[in-house]
Design a protein around this ligand. Structure first.
Ligand code: ATP
Ligand code: MG
Length: 524
């Protein structure tokens, strides 16, 4: 019996010790939990299902600015800003149903009135029987994170825009370098490169107008929201680069456009101007090379003709001389006499051709003196005006008074005038107007002969200075008139240019250097 009692007492003691162990354990857990809650970086708030605050840790004090004393017992709605409308009721309703809310991002109001961004995790609190009696909220202040996110997003966006612009400029550089590409192809390419570089590529369209020509994307139409930059070449506006949005977009830096898009469109306009300038220089170079080639060809032909002319000069002289002698034979029949006459005429023509050839090849030595070109014109026209009158051609002179003198071979100058005027007369079979002008500039005088005749095609113009080029019937022209003019003008250090339109007329302009004051006579 005594044994049984001891056993009982022992059991009781161990039960007690277990109980107190349990209690101690619970106590320890509670204080550990309290310490965790206290040291948490996040606000941990307990509240009843009516939203009355029941607990408030130190992080909650730091984040919201209320002390625990101030907060506990008050409604949680002290933390909600007036806008947007209070969502706490909705949240508590969910909690009552046993639901949990995870990482819910919203805005809360601090005691000092400042709004902060928070991420909330809210879970129901149950009593020992499992009944929901409240809610615990863990709130993380994400204001800083939000700000950083926003900055990151903005810089990422800006970076994407910059990449688009750089891609546009890079593609443009590659386009220009393409061998053999024409200016038209470059401009057509550039308008296609523009829309993808703008903020809203899907609704962007582009157009370039240059020297009156238009290059545009297929979808281009005039729209209200557009950005333009002028194309300026040699300080003159020659066109415009334009980007339009086909739908209305909200206002940014310049209408719906970004500041960077302004810089880009200006850069494109400048690039187009540079391309045009470069192409122009290339064309000028090409033209110059063409002229050089032409001059070279003329020189070669000149040498050749000089040789032929020299060789022919003597035999033609003999033919003429012997023909003259033959005419003196009394026993010649009338028929033979006529034949000899034909031989003489043909030889005279041949001698004329040879003379022109030698002149063209500069084989005739010029005799240069101080010459007043106005006088040469007056004297030369004296013989031609009656012919003009007969053909219904009105001659209009406008000779600059006090024209400076030139150093020239007077006979050759007359040749120049006569050759050009005769061509003009021949170009106006139905009559017309012949204008002859002289003018003086700083170092040159100019002679202009303009007719209202048949004009020339570009193909004819390209060949008129070539010896024996003629569009006239055999016997009508030798094709040596203009080559001779060209030879004389160049041997006088001058230049000749022509401007002609089929059906409208032709203008020849010759420039010759003015004589320096002291140079009295010059023999070339
Ligand atoms: N004023 C003009 N209007 C139209 N065509 C012209 C004019 N001047 C020259 N031409 C063209 O240029 C060509 C060459 O002229 P160029 O004076 O060298 O030879 P041509 O007149 O034919 O013969 P010629 O040796 O008798 O002068 C002409 O055949 C003509 O087709
Ligand atoms: Mg002629």
């Amino acid at each position: 019996m005594a044994e049984k009692n001891t056993e009982k007492t022992n059991k009781k003691a161990s039960h007690r010790s277990k109980l107190s162990q349990n209690l101690r354990f619970k106590e320890e857990t509670r204080s550990k939990l309290a310490a965790i809650v206290e040291s948490s970086e996040d606000a941990i708030i307990g509240k009843t299902l009516d939203g009355i605050i029941t607990s408030w840790n130190s992080a909650a004090e730091r984040i919201y600015g209320y002390t625990s004393k101030e907060a506990v017992g008050r409604s949680i709605s002290i933390l909600t800003p007036p806008h947007p409308p209070d969502e706490i009721l909705g949240i508590l309703k969910k909690i009552k149903h046993g639901d949990r809310i995870d990482n819910y991002e919203t805005v809360r109001l601090r005691k000092d009135g400042k709004q902060i961004d928070v991420s909330l995790t809210i879970s129901p609190i149950r009593d020992a029987a499992g009944k929901i009696i409240g809610a615990s909220t863990i709130a993380r202040n994400i204001t800083k994170q939000k700000k950083i996110d926003k900055i990151l997003k903005e810089s990422e966006h800006a970076l994407r825009e910059r990449v688009k612009e750089l891609t546009c400029l890079y593609s443009l550089a590659k386009l220009i370098e393409r061998p053999g590409i024409s200016l038209e192809e470059i401009l057509e390419g550039i308008v296609e490169l523009l829309p993808p570089a703008w903020l809203y590529p899907e609704i962007a369209a582009a157009r370039i107008i240059l020297n009156g020509y238009t290059y545009s994307t297929r979808n281009f139409r005039e729209a209200g929201q557009h950005q333009t930059a002028n194309i300026v070449i040699n300080e003159e506006q020659r066109g415009v680069v334009e980007v339009v949005y086909l739908e209305k977009k909200p206002e940014l830096d310049e209408g719906p456009f970004l500041r960077e898009e302004r810089s880009l469109i200006e850069a494109i306009a400048r690039e187009v101007a540079l391309i045009v300038e470069r192409k122009q220089t290339d064309e000028d170079k090409e033209k110059l090379q063409d002229q050089l080639r032409h001059a070279d060809r003329l020189a070669t032909i000149g040498q050749l003709s000089a040789g032929i002319a020299h060789e022919l000069n003597e035999p033609i002289g003999s033919i003429l001389g012997f023909a003259q002698l033959m005419k003196k034979y009394p026993e010649l029949s009338e028929k033979a006499m006529q034949d000899i006459e034909k031989i003489t005429k043909a030889s005279l023509h041949a001698r004329e051709v040879v003379k022109k050839l030698m002149l063209f090849a500069r084989q005739m030595p010029p005799y240069k003196t101080r010459v007043n070109l106005n006088r040469v014109i007056e004297e030369g026209l004296y013989f031609l005006e009656s012919r003009c009158a007969k053909e219904g051609i009105k001659v209009v002179r406008s000779l600059s008074p006090n024209l400076p003198e030139i150093i020239a071979d007077q006979a050759q100058m007359t040749q120049v005038l006569v050759n050009i005027v005769v061509n003009a007369i021949q170009a106006m079979p139905g009559g017309g107007k012949l204008a002859i002008r002289t003018n003086a500039s700083n170092r040159f005088i100019s002679l202009t002969v303009e007719d209202t005749g048949v004009g020339m095609s570009e193909k004819v113009v390209r060949q008129i200075f070539l010896p024996f080029f003629t569009t006239k019937d055999v016997g009508q022209g030798t094709g040596l008139g203009l080559p001779v003019v060209h030879g004389i003008v160049t041997s006088h250090s001058g230049s000749i240019s022509v401007d002609s339109k089929v059906g409208r007329g032709t203008k020849f302009e010759i420039q010759l250097p003015i004589a320096e004051p002291g140079s009295e006579k010059e023999k070339a």
